[in-house]
Ligand binder design. Structure first.
Ligand code: SF4
Length: 92
């Protein structure tokens, strides 16, 4: 009888040890997805080109309504100038 209770307790412990980290991982993944972008300060964003590189040439840039309008970026949060630049620049 006692052995049965012990194995039940062990079973619950093992299940908890597996399930809880998995839930924590899911919560973390959801948080990461909800806020994928970093701050302008984090990536040292500037509104002017750097060494001939600018956001309109970057693979992460999503253009605005015209070639000169601000767009968005999949790396940096907020409005992004097509003539801007940051340390995450990656040529298209
Ligand atoms: S990653 Fe940086 S350089 Fe590229 S579009 Fe975003 S802000 Fe501009």
């Amino acid at each position: 009888m006692k052995e049965s209770n012990d194995s039940m307790t062990r079973g619950r412990f093992v299940a908890g040890a597996v399930v809880l980290p998995a839930l924590a991982g899911l919560l973390l993944a959801e948080t990461t997805t909800a806020r994928a972008g970093g701050s302008k300060a984090q990536f040292k964003y500037q509104s002017t080109p750097s060494h001939g590189q600018q956001c309109s040439q970057c693979r992460f840039f999503k253009p605005g309504s015209s070639a000169s309008a601000n767009g968005t970026c999949s790396v940096v949060d907020g409005a992004i100038s097509p003539k801007g630049w940051c340390t995450a620049f990656s040529h298209k």
